[in-house]
Design a protein around this ligand. Structure first.
Ligand SMILES: *Cc1c(COP(=O)(O)O)cnc(C)c1O
Length: 458
């Protein structure tokens, strides 16, 4: 059979409000052309993020009812801890309300001014939490990743030569840890190979530096290893996951991604002394170590979600659906980051709209056009999000890339929704020369993409 079917049927539905093009025209103008300022009820297909937007299974909803809300020592915590230990293999499991809380606790315990933390590519909250301690967050993506259109099985890898060189130059005592993000979210959702993780692990351990995995999309990464790396075709996803984490000393996780939950996260480590310090900080801002800012029911949903996310039928559908979207628009000529990643398709907006200069925001032009055409919400990852001012001249500088991300929520949209998205993108592609550039009319200094206001250029 060629048709990709969802490996689930639908028990409960959430109606979509179908808007007209005229309504959307007024709504996007009222939102000053920033899709973050739209109300969710005015969006038909919401591809803003895959974080916390997934659908839970019947088993997870049953777990919600079973949640033990005891302040200390709840059964739900022990089921959560057992799931995490079984898959990730770390002794100390510290629940947090989401991934960034795990990051804050980890980095504020290990890092300080003068330190550098290398990563294949830091996610924005990871970078912000490292920089908040006074340390430097250094991206070391592999060289293949800079050619967006090139194919390659593991374009999410960390550059091992650059890692080794950084440690030698800066001194191991100034590298409190190394992080590898799987899959590489900011680098197009591209996977990291087992060989690359093993290489990073060897370099770190030779210098006595702990290796951490930012594990948000660990199951999607395991899928790519099974399909693309020699020697893994006959291994289960669980075995692959265990092998990945056996190479590391700890991990941070946002359960809003491959935890298949709407909230939650954790920090895990084999270092008992460090875990004690981390738990002290946890109590200060998150909560007692057996709930860490989550309700018992949330822990229960995560414990179940972590197992469901490794099911082969789920992963075939998940990665298949993202790949289907990518292939169908790329075949029509739409420039995307190749090959399609696990959780999202990234359109190269600079190549899509070559008539719009980077500082006239081709990514905003495309997000607005997709909303207007079909009520689809996507997100600009370009000069609005990552543009900066030249420290000497104060002149605005563009980002390295102008991308638009279409992130696919887990188990939420069906094949016909994806077909609708393909149709909408191709419609905008046909009319791409008509898209105007934009200027900023109002924006805060930091994290401006959330609240900036725009106007189209004449
Ligand atoms: C989402 C994400 C985080 C942060 O997790 P939150 O739950 O949003 O706080 C960290 N790293 C990566 C790679 C992510 O995708």
């Amino acid at each position: 059979m060629k048709t990709l079917i969802e490996p689930f049927r639908i028990k409960s539905v959430e109606p979509l409000r179908l808007t007209t093009r005229d309504e959307r025209e007024a709504l996007i103008r009222a939102a000053d052309y920033n899709v973050f300022l739209l109300r969710a009820r005015d969006v038909i297909i919401d591809l803003l993020t895959d974080s916390g937007t997934g659908a839970m299974s019947a088993a997870q909803w049953a777990g919600i009812m079973r949640g033990d809300e005891s302040y200390a020592g709840s059964d739900s915590f022990y089921r959560f801890e057992e799931s995490v230990r079984d898959i990730f293999g770390f002794r100390n499991v510290i629940p947090t309300h989401q991934g960034r809380a795990a990051e804050r606790i980890l980095f504020s315990t290990l890092c300080g001014p003068g330190d550098v933390v290398p990563n294949n590519t830091h996610f924005d909250t990871t970078r912000a939490n490292i920089e908040h301690t006074g340390a430097e967050a250094l991206d070391l993506p592999c060289p293949e990743s800079s050619d967006l259109a090139a194919q390659g099985p593991f374009k999410g890898n960390i550059d091992l030569e650059a890692l080794e060189a950084t440690i030698r130059e800066r001194g191991a005592e100034h590298v409190p840890l190394v992080v590898v993000t799987i899959t590489n979210n900011s680098g197009g959702g591209q996977p990291v190979s087992m060989a690359n993780l093993r290489g990073a692990s060897e370099i770190c351990h030779e210098h006595g530096i702990p290796l951490y995995i930012d594990a948000c999309r660990f199951a999607e990464n395991a899928y790519f290893i099974r399909k693309r790396e020699e020697g893994y075709a006959h291994r289960s996803y669980l075995e692959i996951a265990r092998e990945m984490f056996s190479l590391a000393d700890g991990c941070t996780m946002s359960a809003k991604k491959d935890g298949l939950a709407n909230i939650g996260g954790f920090l895990a480590t084999n270092d008992d002394e460090l875990a004690r310090e981390e738990r002290d900080l946890l109590i200060l801002t998150e909560g007692f170590p057996t709930y860490g800012g989550l309700a018992g029911r949330d822990l229960e949903a995560i414990a179940i979600g972590l197992r469901e996310v490794l099911e082969p039928d789920y992963l075939e559908y998940r990665i298949g659906s993202t790949g289907y979207l990518g292939r169908h628009i790329a075949e029509a000529g739409v420039p995307i980051v190749q090959p399609p990643g696990g959780h999202a398709i990234y359109i190269d907006a600079a190549a899509f709209c070559p008539h719009i200069a980077p500082l006239e925001f081709p990514g905003i032009a495309l997000t607005v056009a997709l909303y207007r055409a079909a009520g689809i919400r996507s997100v600009e990852i370009g000069s609005v999000m990552f543009g900066h001012r030249d420290p000497d001249t104060g002149e605005p500088q563009p980002a390295r890339q102008e991308l638009v991300r279409l992130a696919i929520p887990r188990r939420v949209y069906t094949q016909s929704h994806i077909d609708y998205v393909v149709e909408a993108i191709l419609d905008v592609w046909e009319r791409r020369e008509e898209l105007p550039g934009y200027r900023i009319t109002d924006a805060p200094e930091v994290l401006r993409h959330f609240s900036a206001r725009f106007a189209p250029l004449a």
